[in-house]
Ligand binder design. Structure first.
Ligand SMILES: Nc1nc2c(ncn2[C@@H]2O[C@H](COP(=O)(O)OP(=O)(O)OP(=O)(O)O)[C@@H](O)[C@H]2O)c(=O)[nH]1
Ligand SMILES: [Mg+2]
Length: 692
């Protein structure tokens, strides 16, 4: 960050990290600014409005910061005597500090080191201060002044206050701090902006609120009926799979645009549902996560890369034989693609109240892009995950689907409800009303999303942001449930894995569940894992995600392996088409509507831009996953980020996979799928620099 303090005489180095593609601060402007400093150090990089991540630049930044560490730690305070004793300061500056200290005894803070002088003067008790920085030639050169405020009223009118303070500056050459501070105090008093005074501070109950108000309830008091109604309404407003094409798809999750999307799927479900088994099958890790038939086998989350399947354009382009995907190989029209799988501790009823591993577990899910709810479809285990075996009474897996979603809902609902009074406080008091929307939306940003996303979800519930302050004051518990339910559908979409499909009891439950739920996949995690283990032992070969024909038993496989394969074929693959592991992960990713790009150097050869090591005959090697609604410009940025191209974007072309036609794309063009299919694009990106 650059701060110009009004003088060309500022000593010291200022690292100017300048992206040559920065469209926010043009290069020329950065150069002009840097020229204001003596010894400005210029670090230029090819990216946009970000600090360069090159190790050399980071090292130089580290050195710069280390040198100025003292200056960057303002907590250490200095006395007037220390200022007096600092020979580097001019007498005029020392005199001014002394005068300030004698008038504002309690209000003045001086920071160390004393040269250059940095000080703060309180203008509203502990709640607002003016901060000052003296350039070396002060007062011939004006001092820099800024406002630090915790007081909402002052914050709200910050610009006006600072304008008044600036207007109070003495002419150049004269000390100004005193006049500016006095003006700030006068202005605050005159405008009565000590708004927090007389209002309850955050975290306390409001005295004039009815004691039985819904937002003052204990965590455990949640109206289940309202919750269920809200979920139903949310499903009508935002049907499954409707989110990807909406503009909020761009706001969802923490990842940045202009980079490949590293997708994380979180596995949730009650204890012993088979999360860790599914995790081990999906990640094919040699060192498997612990699995056991008793609850809470997993405590700390396991995270490993796994694989899902994406449609491969090589089929339509009729080049399957020469297609060599970076990961695995293309078969049955699909190719493998990596993602991160996260296995967390089991969820028990009341987790949002802290039961089981409670909120700690829920917090582990915050970085997930979407969730797979692993359900024990055999019905042998109860809600707490205790397996009663075949003798079990038969627990209804559909009940688990409901309560697990509701646990996650309550977790967010209770967190927001506990702060609801702070939204009301802003909505009620006219001068604070402009802050009400920001406060409400800000209550959701901890779940890794932007305020814009929450604003759009808010509007999808039928409310208008323009009237938010008036509306939220009349909100009932149902309205907040509806907002949370809609938010959940957008931010944490869930796919259901009806696990243990290999058991005799599961079939009936699976038929019923799939009829009732749109997004449920029959899964046998144990079968998939067993097949992978046997493959590792050399007893068979298995094409993951395939049907009965995907297993080939090797000659010397033991008899019991042959028996087991035949049972597995009969009970799982012939009934459900596959073990469902890859299918459920693919659905979890595809429901967030990503964009897949295959960058090629020529459409005739379909040779990929790749990081090398592939034969020139290999086609469509590279595929990149990007966030929904990515633009051509963002594809270029992501390719650059992966060092697959260099230089500026000159031209982009797309090969229409089904017709073979080529069209030129505008840089701001959004890549959208044509039908309900996953969006896969074969692109040719031309730049003004040759790849190395
Ligand atoms: N029949 C059958 N059993 C399974 C399947 N998947 C998991 N299991 C069994 O279910 C039990 C629990 O599996 P885990 O993977 O440890 O379950 P979890 O959900 O991770 O459990 P916690 O870590 O305690 O929350 C183990 O005995 C598994 O072998 C499956 O597909 N079929
Ligand atoms: Mg586990």
């Amino acid at each position: 960050m650059l701060v110009w303090v009004g003088s060309a005489e500022v000593p010291g180095l200022v690292p100017c990290s300048v992206g040559t593609e920065d469209t926010v601060v043009p290069l020329e402007e950065s150069k002009r600014l840097a020229a204001r400093f003596s010894n400005a150090e210029w670090l230029e990089h090819e990216a946009g409005h970000v600090f360069s991540q090159r190790s050399e630049d980071l090292r130089r930044l580290g050195e710069f910061l280390e040198l100025r560490r003292e200056q960057l730690l303002p907590e250490e305070l200095a006395s007037v005597e220390e200022v007096e004793a600092d020979d580097r300061l001019s007498q005029e500056q020392k005199d001014e500090v002394e005068a300030l200290a004698s008038i504002f005894m309690e209000e003045l803070t001086i920071f160390k080191p004393t040269c250059p002088v940095r000080l703060a003067v309180k203008v509203l008790h502990e709640r607002a201060s003016l901060r000052f920085f003296f350039p070396p030639l002060y007062p011939q050169v004006p001092c820099v002044c800024d406002l630090d405020s915790e007081d909402l009223g002052v914050q709200l009118r910050r610009r006006e206050l600072l304008e008044a303070v600036e207007a109070a500056r003495e002419p150049e050459g004269f000390p100004s701090v005193m006049a500016m501070v006095q003006e700030a105090q006068r202005w605050i008093e005159e405008h009565g902006v000590t708004i927090d005074q007389g209002l309850p501070s955050d975290g306390t109950a409001e005295e004039d609120e009815p004691a039985e108000a819904w937002w003052l309830c204990e965590d455990a008091q949640v109206d289940q009926e309202l919750l269920t109604q809200a979920e139903k309404k949310a499903a009508e407003l935002l049907p499954d799979g409707s989110s990807g094409s909406r503009s909020w798809a761009r706001q969802c999750g923490a990842g940045a645009y202009g980079k490949p999307w590293r997708f994380t799927v979180g596995l949730v479900g009650k204890p012993s549902a088979g999360k860790s088994t599914l995790f081990n099958a999906a990640t094919r890790c040699e060192k498997e996560a612990a699995m056991a038939p008793h609850p809470f086998t997993t405590i700390d989350p396991n995270v490993e890369p796994g694989w899902f399947a994406v449609p491969c354009p090589s089929v339509t382009l009729q080049c399957q034989d020469e297609c060599e995907p970076e990961h695995g190989r293309a078969d049955r029209g699909q190719r493998r693609f990596p993602l991160l799988v996260k296995d967390v501790a089991g969820l028990v009823p009341g987790a949002y109240l802290g039961y089981g591993r409670g909120n700690a577990f829920l917090n582990d899910l915050l970085d997930a892009d979407s969730l797979v709810h692993v359900v024990d479809a055999s019905g042998r285990s109860d809600a707490e995950g205790v397996d009663h075996g075949k003798a079990g009474k038969g627990h209804d897996p559909l009940k688990d689907v409901e309560w697990v979603r509701q646990e996650i809902h309550m977790w967010i609902f209770c967190n927001v409800r506990a702060k609801w009074h702070s939204v009301r406080k802003r909505a009620k008091f006219a001068p604070l009303q402009p802050l009400a929307a920001e406060r409400l939306f800000g209550l959701f940003t901890g779940y890794h999303c932007s305020q814009q996303l929450v604003a759009q979800v808010y509007e999808s519930t039928g409310h208008r942001i323009a009237t938010l302050p008036q509306d939220v004051l009349n909100w009932s518990e149902f309205d907040l449930h509806l907002l949370v339910a809609c938010f959940l559908r957008v931010r944490f979409p869930i796919v259901i894995a009806l696990n243990k499909a290999d058991t005799a009891e599961a079939q009936e439950h699976i038929v019923r569940a799939q009829a009732a739920l749109g997004n449920a996949v029959a899964v046998s995690a144990r079968s998939e894992l067993w097949l992978l283990q046997q493959q590792r032992k050399g007893h068979l070969t298995y094409l993951e995600g395939g049907g009965p024909q995907s297993i080939a038993i090797t000659e010397h496989a033991p008899e019991d392996v042959r028996d087991q394969v035949s049972q597995l074929r009969q009970k799982v693959l012939e009934v459900y088409g596959s073990t469902g592991v890859m299918e459920v992960l693919s659905r979890a990713v595809l429901q967030r509507s990503p964009v897949f790009c295959c960058p090629v150097s020529e459409f005739t050869t379909l040779q990929s831009l790749s990081s090398g090591g592939y034969s020139t005959k290999s086609k469509l090697v590279t595929m990149m996953m990007l966030r929904p609604l990515s633009t051509v410009e963002e594809v270029h940025a992501a390719l650059k980020n992966e060092k697959l191209v260099r230089g500026d974007l000159v031209r982009a072309e797309m090969l229409h996979i089904s017709t073979g036609q080529v069209s030129v794309l505008r840089r701001e063009e959004v890549l959208k799928p044509e039908g309900a299919q996953a969006a896969t694009f074969v692109l040719r990106i031309l730049t003004n620099k040759k790849a190395k």
